[in-house]
Design a protein around this ligand. Structure first.
Ligand SMILES: N[C@@H](CCC(=O)N[C@@H](CS)C(=O)NCC(=O)O)C(=O)O
Length: 79
């Protein structure tokens, strides 16, 4: 399962979501507009910054849109 923490209007999040669309990946999106989600993100990753990816299948979690996109392309290439 792939979870992506996002924020409405965040261009870095949009870049990751567009790459996901291109690769045919579905994310569970969690929006930090909800304070409980923002608190969950900080507890999980250590800071309030989106996008933040959680790939529970592979035990991978990361910030930084460029790193997330590179990871998705490597781990989930389009078939
Ligand atoms: N270098 C980061 C920049 C991410 C960034 O600046 N995210 C902003 C939203 S666009 C953020 O998390 N701001 C904190 C907040 O909105 O609370 C990336 O490429 O992912």
């Amino acid at each position: 399962m792939l979870t992506l923490y996002v924020k409405t209007g965040c261009p870095f999040c949009a870049k990751v979501l567009n790459t996901g669309k291109e690769l045919g990946i579905e994310f569970e999106e969690k929006n930090i507009a909800d304070d409980a989600v923002a608190t969950e993100l900080v507890a999980r990753g250590g800071k309030r910054q989106v996008p933040y990816l959680v790939d529970s299948e592979h035990g991978v979690e990361m910030y930084e849109s460029g790193d997330i996109i590179a990871y998705l392309r490597a781990q989930y290439p389009k078939h």
